[in-house]
Design a protein around this ligand. Sequence first.
Ligand code: F0G
Length: 432
Amino acid sequence: MRSELICINASCGSSYAITDVIYNCPKCDGLLEAKFVAPQAAPHELKKLWRERRMSNRPIDQSGVWRYREMLPFAEGDPNIVTLREGNTPLLPAPRAAEYAGMDSITFKHQGFNPTGSFKDNGMTCGATQAMRLGMTRVACVSTGNTSASMAAYAAAAGLNPLIFIPNGNISYGKLAQALEYGARTFQVEANFDQILALVRVLAERLGIYLLNSINPFRIEGQKTIMIEMLDQRDWVVPDWVVLPGGNLGNVSAFGKGLRELLAAGFIDRLPRLAVVQAEGSAPFYEFMKQGGTFHAVHHPETLATAIKIGDPVSWPKAQHEILTTSGVVEQVSEQEIADAKAVIGKCGIGCEPASAATLAGLKKMRGAGVIEKNASVVAVLTGNVLKDPDYIYRYHTSALDAPNGVRLKSTFGNAPVVVPNDADEIARLIS
Ligand code: F0G
């Protein structure tokens, strides 16, 4: 076995077989991670091999996750791999967004180009593969939408039975529709994300269902390849900053782990600084990193960016470690800042879902406070596709978007459609 599961608690550090069906340490309840055994080949050889695989027609080479399989806790030739050719997401320069944030340049890594339209696919390909390796038949998750869409698709592709639990009325239709279309049994629970996660963990244990939330260490393994691919695309030139939205904090944990492993194995010579941005109404990690002391959950998280409407993020200890290791920062942004930043990303011809726009809103704020230099090289990760939440977009552009506290948001960059009569003269007059 190339790899094992270890408890991240320094005072425990227990190790377990990679095939144990556990999500927390049975001894101390700490979070688990897959321990990575450095590949034998030299970094320059692997960089060359990974580049060559882009020319291959083999599904596992075409996947922007499995292309980097030497960095994953699965054996070469594993027959269980489930791939929808995830990853392969572009780096997009966005001068208008940079101008908005007061920066010289910003590059977006757009995870919305994934098969189900979010970064969850990078993780789910590994999670579903692990479910297959373990011989599981049912998989489950609680989700603010994207995880469920992704899990439903990968489970369907693998022939697994997906069970989805979502907060009733609190996920966008784009995401719910995906889960239904991919055939997942969907339960809309009258509770919030954090409460449902506790519920699902009990059910998973009781019914022997494999849990595919980001507490699952294999999801994290897949998501770390987002950083590997980003660096490969930049010819291994490390950016000064990587900016991402934070909800349950699995993604920042994954990015930090991947970056640390690349540094340890000699692929890069320094770490970028990680910047996590939360929505003001759902920002327990921001508060914790600012105040120190004990971690306090937000009991009634609120934000229109429903993807990150999470008050009690399970992965905060991992996220804290990655922020400290990379000299990172945590910021929070308002509903108005998210909405306007999102419209600016749209005006770049790029587009994203609300949670993703927290990145640009956070960059603008951090630049304004002098935390980020004007000429810093920044990669901001857009986590979800623009079509995930069209209702939000329509409301913003038609001045009908209300924040959770009922306050109507300003349609700063609004672009409302115009109703016109079927009359060429009239329309010509309006256009000219
Ligand atoms: N952006 C989007 C679009 C998301 O869907 C999520 C999380 C995040 C950011 C935050 O990532 O949780 O790793 O800090 N969505 C989860 C879900 C919780 O259920 O789809 P995180």
